[in-house]
Write a protein that binds this ligand. Structure first.
Ligand code: ARG
Length: 585
C-alpha cells in the first residue's frame, strides 16, 4: 500500500468514529502530497469537504479527527489554515519504507486490482512515405505507455497499424514500373521507394493525365491484379524490414503488425451491415454516418457550425466510386480488436489533427453497440528552433532515422570528450544509449499536448531536464559502489535517517509507488519523467550534504542504502520510459 492510501484509510476510520451515521455512505478521504514541506509530507482537505456537507465547523472537525487518529510510529498530524490536516511521516517510518523498497523487485509499486486488456495503437507509419517527426512522438509515447501499463498489471497488446493500403500506391506502382532504380532499391529500399513516390508526385503536377494513369494502377491493385499485388507486397515487405531496424535501434517491439490491408475483406460487409442497421445512409452516391442528435450539437462530431448554423459533417465510409476510406478501416479494426482480443480499452496514440476522425469513429462504434473505453491519446507538434514546424534545411520533413543518427553522432562527441580513455566499442555503445535516450527523454518530459521545440543542445546537455543528466546521476551512484569493489552488502539490516537531505530523498523514493500508476490516469509519461528528474536532483543535494563512503557504521550503511535504492528507481523508472542507463559515461 502506498503511504497516502494508508493515511486515507486511517482518516476514513477516524471519520466513521467521529461522525457515525452522519458520514455520507461510501465516503473515502483523499490524501495528497503537500506542495510545501513545511506543512508536512501529505495533507487532506477531508474535514473541509465534510464540514460543508454536515454543516459543522471544519477546524473543529479537523481537531476531532487529529485527536482520534493520534500520533503513532508512522506519523504525526497537525491542523493548518481553515481545516487542512497535515501529516508528517516519521523518519523511522521512512527508514522502514526504504528497507521494503530494497526488498521488492517492484520497488513498492502495486499491481492494479482492475487489470484490463488494453490495445495500444501507436507508431503506425505509412509505407513508402517517410516516418516523420509526428511518428516519433507516437512511437516514443506509445512505447512508454505500453511499458507502464504492462508493469502496472494490465494485459497490454501493442499493434502497429501501418498504412499499407493508401492511395499512395497508385503513384508508387506507376513509379515502380517506370522510374525505379533497381540498384538503389537493393542498397536502401526505403529511401528508393520514397524517392519514387516524391518524384512521381512532382511528375503528376507537370504531366497532364499522369495522375489518372496512377489511379488506374491503384484501381487494378484494389481489384486484385496479380502483377500489382506482387509489387505492392514487395513494397510492404521492404518497408517493414526497414522499419524493424529503426524499432530495434529504439528498443521497441510490437505484438502485432496488422496494417490497414489486413482489414480489406471486412470493409464491404461492414458497410452493408451499417446500411442494413440504419446506421449509415446514402448521400450523393456515398455512404455516410450522420448525426443521430443524441448529444448537444457542441459535442456532436457529425455536426459543424458554419455562419451560426449547425450543418452536417458526416463520416464517409464508402465513396461514390465504391472505394473505402481510413474511417472504414478503423471501424473494421475496432471490431477485430474487440472480438478477437477481447479489448476492454483501446488507446490510439496519434497527433491532435486526427481528433475529429477518432471522435467520429468512436461515436459510430458506440452506435454499433460497443461500450469499450476508447481513447485518442493526442499530442501536439514538434517545432524547429525558429518555432515553425520542424523541417530539414531543404524544407523536407525530418526523417526519424536521420534524427536518431544525428543524436548518436552528437552523443558520441560528448562521450569521447568526457572519456578519452574508454575503449572505442564501449564509447559507441554509450553514445547509442545517450543519443537515443536524449531524443526519447526530450519527448517524454513534455506535456504531450504542448508543441515543443526540438533542440539538440538542450536535449544533450549534461545539466537540466535531460536524459544525459539522469544517466550521469545514475553513473555517479554506480561509481560509489565501484569504489567498494564488489563487497556484498546486506540490504536487510536496519536503517536510520537523521539529516533532512536523507529524509527528502527517501520521501521521493517512497513516492515512486504513487507516481507510476498516476501516469495512466491521463496517459502522461511526463509525470514520471519529471519525478525522475526531481529524484536525480534530490540525489545530488543529498550527496553534497551527506558524505557516504567517509561516514561510518549505521549512518554509512543507511546512506549506501539510499544510493542503492536511488540507482534502482532511476534505472527502473527510465526503463519504463524505454530509456537505458549506462554504467559509465
Ligand atoms: N497511418 C496513420 C498516419 O500516419 C496513423 C494510424 C493511426 N492508427 C489508427 N488506427 N488510425 O497518420
Amino acid at each position: 500500500m502506498t503511504i497516502p492510501t494508508i493515511l486515507a484509510e486511517k482518516l476514513t476510520v477516524a471519520l466513521k468514529g467521529v461522525l457515525g451515521d452522519s458520514l455520507p455512505e461510501g465516503f473515502q478521504a483523499t490524501v495528497s502530497p503537500s506542495q510545501d514541506l513545511r506543512f508536512g509530507d501529505y495533507q487532506s482537505n477531508a474535514a473541509m469537504v465534510l464540514a460543508k456537507q454536515c454543516k459543522t465547523n471544519p477546524r473543529a472537525l479537523a481537531q476531532q479527527l487529529v485527536d482520534t487518529v493520534g500520533k503513532d510510529e508512522m506519523c504525526s498530524l497537525e491542523i493548518a489554515g481553515p481545516g487542512f490536516i497535515n501529516f508528517r511521516i516519521s523518519p523511522d517510518f521512512y527508514a522502514s519504507t526504504l528497507l521494503s523498497i530494497l526488498d521488492d523487485d517492484r520497488l513498492g509499486v502495486n499491481l492494479t486490482e482492475q487489470s484490463k486488456t488494453i490495445v495500444i495503437d501507436f507508431s503506425a507509419p505509412n509505407v513508402a512515405k517517410p516516418m516523420h517527426v509526428g511518428h516519433i512522438r507516437s512511437t516514443i509515447i506509445g512505447d512508454a505507455l505500453s511499458r507502464i501499463a504492462r508493469f502496472v498489471g494490465h494485459n497490454v497488446i501493442t499493434d502497429n497499424h501501418i498504412g499499407d493500403w493508401g492511395t499512395q500506391f497508385g503513384m508508387i506502382l506507376w513509379g515502380w514500373k517506370n522510374i525505379l532504380d533497381q540498384e538503389a532499391l537493393a542498397a536502401n529500399p526505403i529511401d528508393e521507394l520514397l524517392r519514387v513516390y516524391k518524384d512521381v508526385n512532382i511528375m503528376c503536377k507537370e504531366q497532364e493525365g499522369l495522375l489518372d494513369t496512377c489511379k488506374v494502377e491503384l484501381v487494378k491493385l484494389q481489384a486484385g491484379d496479380p502483377e500489382n499485388l506482387a509489387i505492392w507486397k514487395q513494397c510492404v515487405d521492404v518497408s517493414k524490414s526497414g522499419l524493424s531496424k529503426i524499432y530495434e535501434q529504439l528498443d521497441i517491439k510490437f505484438d502485432f503488425w496488422l496494417g490497414e490491408s489486413f482489414y480489406n475483406d471486412a470493409l464491404a460487409p461492414l458497410v452493408d451491415d451499417m446500411i442494413a442497421k440504419g446506421l449509415a445512409q446514402e448521400s450523393d452516391g456515398a455512404i455516410c454516418v450522420f448525426s443521430d442528435h443524441s448529444v448537444p450539437p457542441q459535442e456532436d462530431p457529425f455536426l459543424v457550425q458554419e455562419n451560426g448554423e449547425w450543418r452536417n459533417n458526416p463520416c464517409i465510409i464508402r465513396k461514390a466510386d465504391g472505394g473505402f476510406l481510413y474511417a472504414t478501416t478503423d471501424l473494421a479494426t475496432l471490431d477485430y480488436r474487440i472480438k478477437e482480443w477481447q479489448a476492454d480499452s483501446i488507446w490510439y496514440v496519434v497527433g491532435a489533427p486526427q481528433a475529429l476522425h477518432f471522435r467520429q469513429i468512436f461515436s459510430a462504434q458506440r452506435r454499433r453497440g460497443s461500450d469499450g473505453d476508447f481513447r485518442h491519446i493526442a499530442f501536439g507538434s514538434i517545432l524547429g528552433e525558429d518555432r515553425r514546424p520542424f523541417k530539414t534545411r531543404s524544407g523536407d520533413t525530418v526523417s526519424l532515422q536521420d534524427v536518431l543518427d544525428e543524436a548518436i553522432e552528437r552523443a558520441a562527441k560528448v562521450v569521447a570528450e568526457k572519456n578519452p580513455e574508454m575503449p572505442e566499442a564501449e564509447q559507441s555503445e554509450v553514445a547509442r544509449i545517450v543519443g537515443i535516450g536524449a531524443v526519447k527523454f526530450a519527448e517524454l518530459s513534455q506535456n504531450r499536448m504542448t508543441d515543443y521545440v526540438f533542440s539538440w543542445d538542450k536535449m544533450l546537455a549534461l545539466q537540466g531536464d535531460t536524459a544525459p543528466y539522469l544517466q550521469n546521476s545514475y553513473v555517479r551512484v554506480r561509481s560509489i559502489f565501484r569504489k567498494l569493489d564488489g563487497q556484498d552488502i546486506d540490504w536487510t539490516q536496519a536503517l536510520e535517517l537523521n539529516e533532512d537531505a536523507e529524509i527528502n530523498i527517501v520521501r521521493l523514493l517512497a513516492r515512486y509507488s504513487e507516481v507510476v500508476p498516476m501516469v495512466l490516469d491521463d496517459c502522461r509519461p511526463n509525470v514520471l519523467a519529471s519525478y525522475l528528474f526531481d529524484l536525480a536532483k534530490a540525489f545530488h543535494s543529498f550527496y553534497e550534504a551527506c558524505p557516504v563512503l567517509k561516514s561510518e557504521g549505521k549512518v554509512r550503511h543507511s546512506r549506501l542504502a539510499i544510493c542503492e535504492a536511488t540507482a534502482r528507481v532511476l534505472k527502473h523508472g527510465m526503463g519504463l520510459l524505454g530509456i537505458q542507463l549506462p554504467d559509465k559515461m
